[in-house]
Design a binder for this molecule. Sequence first.
Ligand SMILES: [Zn+2]
Length: 346
Amino acid sequence: MGDLERYLQVLAAAEPEGRFLELRYRLPVGMGQRFLPAVDVEGAARLVRRLGRTRDTYVGVALRERRAGARSAVGDSRVLFVEVDAEASARLLARAPRPPSMTVLSGSPGHLHAYWLLSRSVSGPEVKAANRKLAHRVGGDLASVDETRILRPPSTLNFKHRPARPVVLQSLDTDRVYELRDLMRGLEDPPARETVARPRPVVALRRRSAPDADGVDALLRAIPSAEYVQRLTGLEPNREGKVSCLWHEDRTPSLHLYPGGEWCCFGCRRGGTIYDFAGALWDVETKGRAFVELRARLADVFGVAPQPTGRRGARQRQRRVAPGAIAAVDRERLRARPAASEKGGR
Ligand SMILES: [Zn+2]
């Protein structure tokens, strides 16, 4: 039996009759989805192996009760899991209350998936709650604990990298089977703040800022995060669009810069918009009077001038429909006057 068969066997071990393995794989546009009878591990392995040679391929960790990937289709499961996205993953995993039953190297440097097998099946919500506590303990990704999660199986290739890197079964010990209660003993929930999986800055910003009367908000928010982080810190994003976090030791960059102007650190869960970044960097609050000053300071650094106000300005702004167009215009202006934009940055 190959590593892939052994892996799928672990997922299918608990009551496979009448249940399905969910298979997802990347298509030129979007994702494909298949549901394979969990009793036929050999058949599922053949398809996964074939797909996994040419595209990113994933398997739902929990078996599905019917041919659907929705939460309501996720059945009871005996498998807990955590994604650790750090070079120090081995050291972090040593903080787990019990050694994992299985570990898989996902192909990204330092990125590892750890699995713990339970002696009896637990419900989807119980899986998620337990995964969160484990992730909190070992510094795993709190955004990757959901019971509907799909993960990369071994013997496939990870095409996030060029050339593609193999996904490898690092260890498997099926004798490591735990009582949920034993495994959870002494583990705690992460603080509520950390449960926000991804920043939702636009909503947050609208809530706390004044109406964007002079257009400065729109211009600042349209600056890509890679651009403002580099300008404010001098840090250059790596090929994955990440930089080392400024708020803790972070040898493997975990601060992810999204193209839309948002950022999120998967180490410390900080994240948000240009305001949240600059506010944390300069130790300035992002609400009230401090926010107004923060915005003015950023406008100064990035050479963003207030747009015409009054009735004429309002009419002009109404004519601009696409925020992307505003950003492009503004970036042109930035390039045109680099000297002016440096003053005010510390
Ligand atoms: Zn961080």
